[in-house]
Design a protein around this ligand. Sequence first.
Ligand code: A3P
Length: 301
Amino acid sequence: PAEKWRGDEKLFQWKGFWFRLQYLPGTRQVLDNFKPLPSDVILASFPKTGTTWLKALLYSIINRSSRVCLRTTHPHMLVPTLEVQLYGTHQESFSTFASTRSPARILATHLPHQLLADTVKPSDCRMVYVTRNPKDTLTSFWQFVLKSRSYEEPWPLEVAVEKFCRGVVPFGPYYDHVLGFWKESLERPEKVFFVTYEELKDDTRTHVKRLADFLGCPFTGDGDEEVLEEIVIGCSFEELSNYEVNKSSEHSQWMKLPFSSFFRKGDVGDHRNYLSNEMVERIDTITGEKFHQSGFIYGIN
Ligand code: A3P
């Protein structure tokens, strides 16, 4: 089934999740053809939960530096998204990407684990999943759509909340997406690293170290403390959002959005500036039903 969600865009439900029509062919290509290498690192996320930040961090951790590349290249160009850039309509050459990126290929996806499992499990690759509390994710998403598109039709917050709660947003439902990776991280902690936007914000250094350990490239050598420090600062919202490339109104061929649209505030708790008490109550109730009843105690504060 299809559902109109804003302006002239329709979302299509496929295998329990909602997709924009433009990403469905790429999604099917990924599921049919993508064979991860055991050395691949795949960043998975629901949109607006910290994908851009994690792309910058993973690239920097694996390549042991941040500033040089990040100053000149947008994180979304350093770490391509499978269903958009590599298998989507605006395909880059996958072989070029594979041969030029070392020591590991870092790839990203918004696809849920429920769909990806048959692709990633047999390959033994590592996955990193970032999530963010539902109210900030929704707020970030609402602002992103509001600012980055120019439809005549309005996009009131009430509509965004309604769609989010019903799961009718790209790659939604959010709750099923998060739970899929959370459960997998409990079952296969050596292959799936689960981290929240809030814990990363609270203590970036500790979690970047944990990430590096998970990826098999710990910060334990001579001079690594300085490298770690440089990466934490170089990928912080304050620095990253101020690089010219990330402030730019230019966009890539595949992404009809300015590069700057992936950087807004970068705060925890920004939903308090927008959501009414009723909205908060409604979302918290669903969070309780979906997350807490599954044993995942997260997302109310
Ligand atoms: P806000 O809209 O709340 O500011 P994604 O990359 O998944 O699309 O998520 C975008 C959100 O992450 C935006 O949140 C954006 O500002 C924030 N963000 C981008 N880079 C960040 C960074 N380096 N540190 C923290 N947050 C960042």
